[in-house]
Design a protein around this ligand. Sequence first.
Ligand code: ZN
Length: 114
Amino acid sequence: MPALSRRLKGELRNLDTEYVQCRTRRHRMVDVPFTGHPGAKWQPSKSVTVLAQRCERCSVIREEIWNSYTGAIITVQYKYPKGYKLDRDIKPVDIRKEFLDRQLNVANAILLKL
Ligand SMILES: [Zn+2]
């Protein structure tokens, strides 16, 4: 596995903790009403059902677009909060390593206080 460049390491190090948690431990989704947004490709209609969810931790919005007649999922789209997206060269394993490093830092901080 090639090591991350200093720039990508820095990008990962600066990622909000909530984003690191969601990217490694999954989102905490709750159902929310679909509010629509300008330029949305899909809107609720007789034949289209839009089901929206929002992550309680990072605020990402997930919208499932269903065919109202068949129940088939037409597509799923996400709206990410500012700063959530990472360079594509940063892989999931890199984010898990960052998660572990932060866990270790918290554990060390607790030990130093004892
Ligand atoms: Zn999340």
